[in-house]
Design a binder for this molecule. Structure first.
Ligand code: SF4
Length: 364
């Protein structure tokens, strides 16, 4: 099995290796200045690497048409990983005026999870309502289902003719044919914004977790090999770090519901899940008061860092309290549970108002 697997649950911890072995580029201070610090993903180094994102930013400076491409596998509710990607595309849409292309990957949910297209549709309505509630401007977006998009079916077919079985095995290991097929469709999703009907040769960026890099590498390769046919430019990508499951052992994944927070969770469920989360608590109260908590190990801190504390000062206070042994994990969890419950309550109220709009977008 290759080291980075899009369908696996392994955590990548050695990010330096990714720069060396896979040629990812770091987000430099100069680039960060152009991106801006308003979104905590960039400000806190959660989005840590890219491929050709500097070229994308330059294109926006020259007034070129740009696109941000992303999507969701409609197999369950929006979890925090989906939220992180959604927030980034919304930020880039606002910051650079780029058009968002958002694919509902119902081919992949069928291939990977055996979910019928009808069930996937209902998940998709719920997921798109989340996206709208998080702030996506649907007037500058193309939201579509793979199974209904002729462009991606056609392009996917073209791309499947450019790749050998050996290349697929080298990148993804031995998988069923349906998953390989979902990869071709996903490459088509990524390159679709560059088709003539959308203005041709847009600079496109794809925000992903590092586990999705095999898709990006293959798509960039295919873009080069179909340049004469379609005039594609290799897409840019940004990479965010993995967010751990609540038990701290794997990456956050929909496959393990009690170890993942979703945007639909009730206050009771949040309490139950966060109470089970891994902390960096010491063996005894005395030891914790003396040494402070082991914050690097703590998923509760990570929840606040990645998702729920927008204010950097609030995050610093939490860190100080922990490291100086001023607080024990039980009390600390209670405080953060309240923060999460408050956030989700507001989000769920906004989302309720977006349900009919989401359905209309997907059924028009
Ligand atoms: Fe984590 Fe809070 Fe415990 Fe520190 S005190 S290890 S931040 S739960």
């Amino acid at each position: 099995m290759p080291e980075i697997n899009p369908w696996g649950s392994e955590l990548v911890t050695d990010y330096d290796k990714l720069f060396k072995e896979f040629g990812l580029q770091p987000i430099t201070p100069e680039l960060l200045k152009k991106i801006g610090l308003d979104y905590r993903g960039f400000r806190r180094g959660i989005i840590f690497a890219h491929r050709d994102f500097d070229k994308f930013v330059e294109a926006t400076e020259k007034g070129r048409k740009t696109a941000v491409m992303s999507g969701i596998k409609p197999s369950s509710e929006f979890h925090l990983g989906s939220k992180m990607t959604a927030e980034e595309i919304i930020y880039l849409q606002k910051r650079f005026g780029s058009t968002v292309f958002y694919a509902v990957a119902d081919y992949e949910s069928y291939a990977d999870n055996g979910i019928s297209f009808e069930d996937a549709h209902e998940f998709a309505v719920d997921n798109v309502a989340d996206l709208l509630a998080l702030g996506l401007d649907e007037k500058n977006a193309v939201i579509y289902k793979q199974s209904e998009c002729l462009n991606v079916m056609r392009l996917g077919h073209v791309f499947s003719n450019k790749v050998t079985p050996n290349m697929m095995t080298a990148l993804y290991g031995h998988q069923k044919t349906g998953l390989y097929n979902a990869v071709f469709i996903q490459m088509a999703d990524i390159l679709q914004p560059q088709l003539k009907q959308f203005g041709g040769a847009n600079f496109t960026v794809v925000p992903v977790g590092v586990d999705q890099d095999p898709h990006i590498r293959l798509t960039r390769d295919i873009a080069g090999r179909t340049k004469t046919e379609f005039g594609f430019i290799p897409p840019a990508a940004t990479y965010h770090k993995f967010f751990r499951a609540l038990n701290g052992e794997t990456k956050m994944s929909k496959r393990d519901p009690m170890n993942v927070l979703t945007l639909n969770d009730s206050p009771e469920l949040v309490k139950k899940k966060v109470n089970r989360a891994l902390t960096g608590g010491r063996d005894t109260e005395k030891e914790q008061r003396e040494k402070g908590g082991d914050i690097k190990k703590c998923v509760v801190y990570e929840l606040m860092l990645y998702h729920f504390y927008e204010d950097d000062l609030a995050l610093e206070d939490m860190k100080d309290e922990c490291l100086q042994g001023k607080i024990l994990c039980g009390e600390c969890k209670l405080k953060r549970i309240k923060v999460i419950q408050d956030y989700l309550k507001k989000h769920q109220e906004k989302k309720k108002k977006m349900q009919s709009k989401a359905r209309k977008i997907l059924e028009q």
